[in-house]
Write a protein that binds this ligand. Structure first.
Ligand SMILES: Cc1cc2nc3c(=O)[nH]c(=O)nc-3n(C[C@H](O)[C@H](O)[C@H](O)COP(=O)(O)O)c2cc1C
Length: 256
């Protein structure tokens, strides 16, 4: 299974077998972590694998936790794009794990100790083999027509790229992403939430946006497109009432 195929297969799993992973496979996971492609290379981050298969104690504090044999903890330095970047790289790893037969679940409220330098914990993901009793039903998603500024999306490439983002996981399944497809590009927006949102909720929403953009990038790659994710110049930023502009995916057919 490829990472792109894993997009359609993954769902959150909250019950795990508390068993150790073969050291050879663990080595492959650690090697894969070294190959992750960031969205913003200046946004410094690191990922630690925490082993917990031999403990019954909770490794993290917080709500909505899942007890798992392993956790990925992504910490990042303070940067305007730290959260978007965290979602973008963590989702590559989640899809890699799913493609290798592992189950995963983001834990947005898991609180881990800050590192002793400038790296702050950003997101935790539980992973391991799914328990036989694990629920295997994916949560529902908004329809494509609710997510684009002017349906229908006629262009097949744009449709496939947006579809990959549409089914991405998000905190509380809020699906904050919105899309404005134009010729050869898709502007990505984030739905503005109420003023009541906490700092952490805002951070999780940005993380969701990074996850969705990871799915878009993998879909563009699958379609053999030349693509890049960046932002329009400030003077040229697209506008969508009630939404915040995040980035644009530019794509064109590869020339050989
Ligand atoms: C950033 C983020 C944080 C999340 N936090 C939690 C969490 O704390 N606990 C939990 O059980 N699920 C959590 N989830 C999983 C979502 O609830 C789940 O992705 C969403 O409901 C869609 O379901 P699916 O992943 O099965 O497709 C989180 C997901 C994301 C992307």
């Amino acid at each position: 299974m490829t990472q792109y195929e894993a997009i359609g297969r993954r769902h959150s799993v909250r019950r795990f077998q508390m068993t150790a992973i073969d050291p050879h496979i663990m080595k492959q996971i650690n090697c894969f972590i070294q190959t992750l492609a960031p969205l913003h290379p200046q946004a410094a981050y690191r990922i630690a694998v925490v082993e917990a298969y031999n403990t019954q104690k909770h490794v993290f504090k917080g709500m909505f936790l899942a007890q798992a044999p392993y956790y990925l903890v992504l910490s990042a330095k303070d940067h305007p794009f730290a959260a978007v970047n965290a979602g973008y790289v963590m989702e590559q790893l989640v899809l890699y794990l799913v493609s290798k037969g592992f189950a995963t679940c983001y834990l947005g409220d898991a609180k881990s100790k800050p590192d002793l330098d400038q790296y702050q914990p950003m997101i935790v993901v539980a992973f391991g083999k799914a328990a036989a009793t694990a629920v295997k039903k994916p949560a529902s998603r908004k329809k494509l027509t609710e997510l684009v500024n002017q349906p229908p999306v006629a262009q097949q490439n744009a449709r496939k790229i947006i579809e990959a983002a549409r089914i991405a996981p998000s905190a509380f399944n809020l699906q904050p992403w919105r899309f404005m497809p134009q010729d050869g590009k898709i502007h990505v927006f984030m739905k503005k939430e109420s003023l009541m949102q906490t700092k952490r909720m805002k951070e999780l929403t940005l993380l969701d946006m990074g996850i969705a953009m990871c799915h878009m990038a993998l879909a563009a790659e699958e379609l053999w497109l030349d693509w890049r994710l960046s932002r329009e110049d400030t003077s040229n930023e697209p506008i969508w009432k009630g939404c915040q502009y995040v980035a644009t995916l530019y794509y064109e057919i590869k020339s050989f």
